[in-house]
Design a protein around this ligand. Structure first.
Ligand code: PMT
Length: 401
């Protein structure tokens, strides 16, 4: 079920006795690491309470299309965009019929029109209703439209009949949901990524820093999350929004970045240092704003701790990937950092080239390990991050086996 980790599942519950099983399905999704939001139709609410589903999903239950309070929280279009997968379980004959003709007269049917996520239905109804030619035509139409039809199962029914129409069991539905997602290369893995610059205070209003925008580190965080990892992003001060479903820890200085990074090591499989950490900080931070006086002034600097080296030498050492931002002798200097900092991989980044490196949307890098080099041509940081994450995952797997 690792595929469900970090996935967003919209669970629609319509009216039917099988709705009681949806509570267990919701719990199984949550246990597998998915985020769940429940949409309960009025019919569904006759069989199971919103309170039960709220407690199990950890989120408020959505019931009305035209509810100003709910719309102010997460509007229906936002909810439709939020989902990675929509699962309607149980799917009543009525809901199936309304979806087949594209109606949008309640919250759940509207969401199904508005979402781009795959939609799966777990039909549950009396065997005669299931066999009815109109239901069968509706189901065939929905399958033709690309919706997934899971079940129904065959057996004894609550009404006393026996035949097709039982909702599949929660564990079968959870397994079907998991199969909708390719197992991510980093499924179930925990990754910490540092990003952005650090700021080293001179006095209350001034600091030493650099031009890192955080774009590379943030793109890596998104790519790692897409690959199924649980991501912690230790970020210096940048103007980027926190990526969705990533645990961002905001820091300022190198010392703060080190402390935040070390705090993740108990639960960290892979550590990627994309941050541009200031190598030095002022030996003293003036308590008051420094006044302009002499023609020249000097600021004594002391060395900052090396974060990636500290992590690589830690008792709970994760797989360590550093970056090397170089303006000359790219490969030679990067390889030096691989050895000196005892890294598993280093990403050599030529920051002398215009259009790549610091504060640009594109980058071009060379991934270096002890055995060789892989050149990744210029591409957007988003694209490059995906390629890097795939390579990092492969190297991580190879060293683990
Ligand atoms: O943020 P962007 O604008 O998108 O730019 C991306 C980037 C150019 C900053 C990024 O791709 C990059 O190259 N990051 C590393 C920058 C850097 O400071 O490199 P370095 O060669 O000085 O450091 C080598 C490695 O040691 C890096 O992994 C760095 O994070 C780490 N380091 C350095 C100093 C220190 N005190 N602690 C560290 O952990």
């Amino acid at each position: 079920m690792e595929q469900l980790s970090n996935k967003r599942i919209l669970l629609g519950i319509t009216g039917g006795i099988a709705a009681y099983k949806s509570a267990e399905l919701c719990r199984q999704f949550k246990t597998a690491g998915a985020e769940v939001r429940v949409v309960l139709t009025p019919g569904g609410a006759e069989f199971i309470t919103p309170l039960t589903l709220q407690a199990l999903s950890g989120n408020p239950v959505h019931q009305q299309l035209l509810d100003p309070a709910a719309e102010a929280g997460m509007g229906h279009i936002e909810l439709a965009k939020w989902a990675d997968l929509v699962v309607i379980a149980p799917a009543s004959a009525d809901m199936i019929a309304r979806l087949a003709v594209g109606m949008g007269n309640d919250l759940l049917s509207t969401l199904c029109l508005a979402t781009e996520a795959p939609i799966a239905l777990a039909p549950a109804m009396n065997q005669a209703m299931w066999r009815d030619a109109r239901t069968q035509a509706n189901v065939a139409r929905l399958a033709e439209l690309g919706m997934k039809i899971w079940g129904p199962g065959v057996g004894d029914q609550a009404c006393g009949d026996s035949g097709p129409g039982r909702m599949l069991e929660p564990e079968q539905l959870a397994a079907e949901a998991a199969a909708c997602f390719a197992p991510g290369l980093l499924a179930g893995k925990r990754i910490t990524i540092t990003a952005g610059p650090t700021r080293e205070a001179i006095d209350p209003v001034r600091y030493i820093s650099n031009h890192s925008s955080g774009k590379m580190g943030y793109a890596l965080a998104e790519a790692a999350r897409e690959a199924g990892a649980e991501v912690t992003l230790v970020s210096g001060p940048v103007s980027l929004p926190a990526p969705a479903r990533v645990n961002r820890i905001a820091v300022n200085s190198a010392e703060e970045m080190l402390a935040a990074s070390l705090a993740t090591l108990d639960e960290c499989d892979i550590f990627v240092a994309a941050a541009a950490v200031a190598d030095y900080r002022p030996a003293e931070v003036a308590e008051q704003k420094i006044k302009k006086r002499d023609e020249q002034m000097q600021i004594a600097l002391v060395k900052n701790p090396d974060i990636i080296s500290t992590v690589a030498g830690h008792a709970r050492r994760p797989f360590c990937v550093g970056f090397a931002a170089e303006t000359e002798k790219l490969i030679e200097h990067a390889r030096g950092k691989l050895e000196r900092k005892q890294l598993d991989l280093v990403v050599a980044n030529d920051v002398s080239q215009p259009g790549i490196g610091f504060n640009s949307d594109d980058n071009a890098v060379t991934l270096i390990d002890k055995a060789g080099e892989t050149r990744l041509a210029q591409a957007s940081k988003t694209q490059l991050a995906r390629e890097l994450v795939a390579l990092i995952a492969r190297h991580y797997e190879n060293q683990a086996t």
